[in-house]
Design a protein around this ligand. Structure first.
Ligand code: 5GP
Length: 190
């Protein structure tokens, strides 16, 4: 997606090795035109799947999932909440997720009310690195016996393991921009 890649080239910062900071349009301030285009593009790429619901994780996934849902017949969006405590409750689906960027492990939590075995799910997130967040959401969908139709990612860091980890579960990954390498401050796309 050229608009996205141009925005990354123009505005992204590399903080720490291999961490791409895009607060100016994705993770803090939102570029509303870009988000609408992202939604349109995800919808185009997954239009042949029978998707009934989008599942994402707070916070940055929510607006991306919303614009995508608006282009997929306004299907519902469910976002997993992040909890630090060992919440276990018969009304909740819970999966442990390790964040390598923040070096913490948290619980991804979704109420059982909002997922069922009839659901065909599209998972959406901003970044794919080691695949742990998406793996947690796949785990939750499996607990609900829902069908995961695919994973849509805005920025994939292709030099990390995320794609492999997700594809090993049998789920397809489609990314709008894939970074092949980060060399100093330069971002090289696949
Ligand atoms: P994963 O679960 O695939 O290891 O990491 C993905 C999650 O970590 C994303 O939801 C995102 O919030 C965060 N993340 C990982 N790498 C980066 C990065 O380079 N830049 C930003 N902005 N977020 C990242």
């Amino acid at each position: 997606m050229e608009l996205l890649k141009n925005k990354i080239i123009a505005e992204a910062d590399i903080i720490e090795p291999n961490i791409v900071k895009v607060d100016g349009f994705l993770n803090h301030q939102i570029d509303t035109i870009l988000y609408q285009e992202i939604g349109k593009e995800f919808a185009r790429r997954f239009k042949d799947k029978k998707i009934t619901k989008i599942v994402t994780i707070e916070a940055s996934g929510i607006a991306l999932a919303l614009t995508t849902a608006m282009h997929l017949n306004n299907i519902p969006v469910v976002f997993a909440k992040k909890g630090m405590s060992a919440t276990v409750n018969e009304n909740l689906y819970v999966a442990k997720v390790h964040s390598f960027t923040k070096n913490i492990t948290y619980n991804a939590i979704i109420s059982k009310k909002y997922l069922s075995k009839e659901d065909h799910i599209l998972l959406i997130d901003d970044f794919l690195a080691n695949g742990q967040a998406m793996l947690g959401l796949i785990d939750i969908c499996n607990q609900a016996n829902a069908t995961v139709e695919g994973v849509g990612i805005v920025v994939e860091k292709g030099f990390q393991d995320g794609r492999k980890v997700i594809e090993e579960t049998g789920v397809e990954v489609k990314s709008l921009a894939i970074i092949k390498a980060v060399e100093g401050k330069n971002i090289i796309f696949k």
